[in-house]
Design a protein around this ligand. Structure first.
Ligand code: TXA
Ligand code: MG
Length: 344
């Protein structure tokens, strides 16, 4: 693995970050630097979003193709409306219900938003995060921050400052360390720019919650990683949210683990069910890393990326992940696992 130099890491109180820390972070941003900061979903890699040259640094730091649009983080609906061309009724309803929180709204793009943010498209993704550090940083900067997840392109999103440092090293100038992220999985992305609201990415906000406010919301088939249509379309099948370690997603854990253990590689496994734990106990001396994840979908999501980072750090040859139930609570986890398990 690539050895990276350390960026400056500044510990902050996650509930009430000190003015000195916020001032330092805001001044790094004002000088055109990159600051990683905690949100309630995952850590973001921030630059001032209305400055194209500063936003370009995010793409370089992540190695991300410049056609992939970034999210602008805002202090609330007022700032958001200033970045949009019109404010669809669906946006108003969803923002009212779920902001601040883990929801990104894709709306028609306003004139002030540079191409560097939207990848040249005519929509822009906006999110008002609820994490006190993210909100306080946005207040201190006084303008929107472009911030993708603070990881190298296609890799697993960071849910702690240590993950950011491992993935990006000193490609970012400063990391605000506010501890671990409450959701541990990215925001739900909903496109409200067209006639019908559509989920583009399942995430920390559940479909049921969205539908309580907007019963008409659809899930774009391309948003579901395990959808056959997606698999059939090569361009859409890009591997994403993947650890460096090869991932086998197992419907039959016992069979997949037996094959993995016979391969001669060092093997890791992620299990959640009682049955899965029993299978693993039977193979205890043959599996190098065992992660037992919680059964509760929210708790599972909170722990998943940290376990994948741990697997990567352990230097195993492959990781066998027990498939999770096909229930609404696991929608985002199933999506990320399916993407992680795609061949490179
Ligand atoms: O929870 C999150 O959303 C985190 C935290 C840091 O806020 N951010 C995040 O950003 O996950 P990123 O860039 O890793 O993922 C943003 C997703 C991508 O799938 C991107 O394609 C989509 O949102 N997106 C952003 N703007 C879009 C747009 N204008 N149209 C369609 N999709 C868009
Ligand atoms: Mg990302």
């Amino acid at each position: 693995m690539l050895e990276r130099s350390m960026p400056r890491v500044l510990p902050v109180d996650p509930e009430s970050p000190s003015p000195a820390a916020l001032e330092e972070a805001a001044s790094v941003l004002a000088r055109g630097g990159l600051v990683a900061f905690p949100t309630e979903t995952v850590y973001g890699l921030g630059a001032r979003g209305l400055h194209a040259d500063e936003v370009a640094k995010i793409y370089r730091a992540k190695g991300r193709p410049s056609t992939h649009p970034l999210i602008l983080h805002v202090t609330g609906s007022a700032m958001a409306r200033g970045l949009a061309r019109g404010w669809p009724e669906a946006a108003a309803k969803l923002a009212e219900a779920f902001w601040p929180g883990p929801l990104t709204l894709v709306v028609p793009r306003g004139g002030s938003v540079p191409d560097a943010v939207t990848g040249g498209g005519d929509t822009v993704g906006l999110r008002c995060p609820s994490h006190p550090v993210a909100l306080a940083l946005l207040d201190a900067v006084g303008e929107p921050l472009a911030a993708p997840s603070a990881n190298a392109h296609t890799h697993v999103s960071p849910t702690s400052a240590a993950h950011v440092v491992r993935s990006l090293g000193d490609a970012c100038d400063l990391v605000l360390d506010g501890g671990t992220c409450a959701h541990g999985i990215e925001s739900t992305v909903v496109d409200v720019s067209g006639a019908e609201p559509r989920v583009l990415r399942p995430g920390a906000l559940d479909l049921e919650a969205l539908r309580r406010v907007l019963p008409a919301v659809q899930v774009a088939s391309a948003a579901l990683a395990d959808d056959a249509v997606v698999r059939a379309a090569p361009g859409m099948a890009a591997r994403h949210y993947a650890p460096r370690t090869r991932v086998i997603l197992a419907d039959d854990l016992e069979a997949e683990l037996a094959v993995a253990c016979a391969s001669g590689l060092r093997v890791a496994t992620l299990v959640w069910s009682e049955d899965g734990k029993r299978v693993v106990r039977g193979l205890a001396d043959r599996v190098a890393v065992v992660a037992e994840l919680p059964f509760d979908p929210k708790a599972y999501a909170r722990a998943l990326f940290a376990e994948l980072h741990r697997v990567d750090a352990a230097g195993v040859g492959l990781v066998v992940v027990e498939q999770v139930p096909d229930t609404p609570g696991f929608w985002a986890v199933r999506d990320r696992l399916a993407r992680a398990a795609r061949p490179a």
